[in-house]
Design a protein around this ligand. Structure first.
Ligand code: FES
Length: 141
């Protein structure tokens, strides 16, 4: 028997399950497509997955918190992203988040990044500063 108010399920008298998730409104400024949309997302599912289930398409690649393709700037609200291994603590403190591994903790307003913006902020100082050379580094030996 499922209690629709608490989402608890009883099987043979044992209580299984948990409480209903909280839902928060998220407004997404999709800068690549020039669109703004608002949806409701639960606090117990990744935001990217929840938006996709509602039919919205946003940038992604690894879906695992590593590549930064799904990065957004959080303009308002709070989220948590404990598995965002691809985003430095500095960039998280600056308000960037990876939607593929983020959970809403309040109503949110987010804005998609410029292409490779977060990658450049994070790694640009290490890569791509010298001239591009054809061939493998060992070809010079
Ligand atoms: S899709 Fe790669 S970090 Fe989110």
């Amino acid at each position: 028997m499922i209690n629709i108010f608490t989402n608890f399920c009883t099987i043979g008298g044992a209580v299984v399950g948990g409480t209903m998730p909280n839902y928060y409104a998220i407004q997404v400024h999709d800068r690549q497509r020039g669109q703004i949309f608002t949806a409701q997302v639960p606090d117990d599912q990744y935001i990217l997955h929840s938006l996709e289930a509602e039919g919205y398409t946003l940038p992604f690649s690894c879906r695992n918190g590593a590549c930064t393709a799904c990065a957004v700037r959080v303009k308002q609200g709070n989220l948590v992203q404990p598995e965002a291994m691809g985003l430095s603590p500095d960039l998280q403190a600056q308000g960037y988040a990876l939607l593929c591994v983020s959970y809403a903790r309040s109503d949110l307003v987010v804005e998609t990044q410029d292409e490779d913006e977060v990658y450049e902020l994070q790694f640009g100082r290490y890569f791509g500063k010298g001239p591009v050379r054809i061939g493998l580094p060992l070809d010079d030996d």
